[in-house]
Design a protein around this ligand. Structure first.
Ligand code: NAD
Length: 364
């Protein structure tokens, strides 16, 4: 442990830190604060957004809002198709909504962002997974089968209500993979080129909180204290994602998700230990912080254990990727150069993908 302390305290680099304004209301039962929060935004009529699966939650929120609800739009789907975004913008305009309330995971928050991008409507997010989109100015839109992502401060939700009671229904499997997805933001944030000491604090604490919470949620999905800790961790990790640049892990997941249509949170869960093992030789300080948060000398292996021992998938093979696709995945992954702490070499990435496909436990 002493060595790890020494490594992390070794040097303080120069940095630039820009605070991104968002009001966060956290606590079990905090959904009840929604009318007050809408009022504080200076808004009067909210369009409530959700996926079809969470339509009942959206209806309940709208009912509770009474005259402050403009209506419900429960058509959010993964990857924000432009047609859905256009329809939602039109519905918001027609109903005279002056804000949107997005209750759900990254897909629903993403729809809210698509509305805000075009209309400037303020978004109030009520996250019910650990994906972290609510804390970032990053948006994605899919047009003609191509997902375009961008960054715009207008899409950052103005207010976020974190109510852990809303996560009690998140199935255990999705809770674990969504939590690993959040950890991935923090893990890569710890070695971001544009990192800063505030984000390091949040990243380390975020990993610690989720690593503690996920096994407890596996034991008892209704453990409100574990659910609260996980959502707190997700907030921290999402903030890191929104503030600093990501590298190899996120690019690889983007490739695998986009080109091979693999599920978002599961891909993050499987790839993360291998991406960290690949970068390990180049990131001693980040590894030391991850090690402190995970109580392990071998963070990549600890991440693998955290996922696998809690029943999450641990190989790309399990996710349905064909071994024959690994060469093409490696080609795509190295085709667009980007910054990474360890240089991106095709042979190394191909080996990483093989290990992730087989689901071997990293040694690092
Ligand atoms: P999701 O929003 O697609 O939700 C998955 C499913 O779980 C949906 O059917 C949803 O209705 C359901 N669900 C959500 N919360 C639930 C709950 N508490 N109880 C029961 N069911 C619940 O999944 P996600 O992983 O949160 O989001 C993934 C998407 O978010 C991806 O498209 C990803 O690219 C995007 N994302 C964007 C950012 C960003 O910064 N822009 C960050 C992270 C993720």
């Amino acid at each position: 442990m002493k060595d790890r302390e020494e490594v992390t305290e070794r040097e303080l680099k120069d940095f630039v830190y820009v605070a991104q304004a968002a009001r966060v209301v956290f606590g079990a039962g905090s959904l009840a604060q929604l009318p007050r929060e809408i009022e504080l935004l200076g808004a009067r009529k909210a369009l409530v957004l959700s996926t079809p699966e969470q339509a009942a939650d959206a209806e309940r929120v709208a009912r509770d809002l009474g005259g402050h609800a403009a209506g419900v739009f429960a058509k959010a789907v993964m990857h924000v198709p432009i047609e859905t975004a256009r329809e939602a913008r039109e519905v918001a305009r027609r109903l005279g909504a002056d804000c949107a309330v997005a209750i759900g995971g990254g897909s629903t928050t993403g729809l809210g962002k698509a509305i805000a991008l075009d209309s400037g409507l303020p978004i109030l997010a009520i996250p019910t997974t650990y994906a972290g989109s609510e804390m970032t100015p990053i948006y994605g839109l899919t047009e003609d089968g191509l997902k375009r992502t961008g960054k715009d401060p207008r899409v950052l939700p103005k207010t976020v209500i974190y109510d852990p009671t809303l996560t009690l229904t998140l199935p255990v499997g999705l809770s674990i993979t969504s939590g690993m997805n959040a950890i991935a933001h923090a893990a890569e944030g710890l070695y971001a080129k544009d990192g800063n000491p505030i984000m390091d604090l949040m990243a380390e604490e975020g990993i610690r909180a989720l690593a503690l919470a996920l096994p407890a949620i596996r034991q008892d999905a209704h453990d409100i204290s574990a659910r609260s800790r996980a959502l707190y961790g997700a907030w921290l990790c999402g903030t890191v994602l929104g503030n600093v640049g990501m590298a190899l892990h996120h690019k690889l997941c983007h490739t695998l998700g986009g080109s091979f249509n693999l599920p978002h949170a599961e891909v993050h869960t499987v790839v993360l230990p291998h991406a960290i093992a690949y970068n390990a030789p180049a990131i001693p300080v980040a590894l030391a912080r991850m090690g402190r948060a995970l109580h392990s000398e071998h963070p990549a292996a600890a991440l693998y254990d955290l996922a696998r021992s809690n029943g999450a998938p641990y190989s790309l093979r399990q996710l349905g990727l064909a071994e024959a696709d690994l060469d093409r995945a490696a080609d795509i992954a190295v085709s667009n150069p980007y910054w990474n702490p360890r240089p991106i070499e095709r042979a190394g990435i191909r080996a990483l993908l093989q290990e992730a496909w087989e689901g071997t436990r990293p040694a690092a």
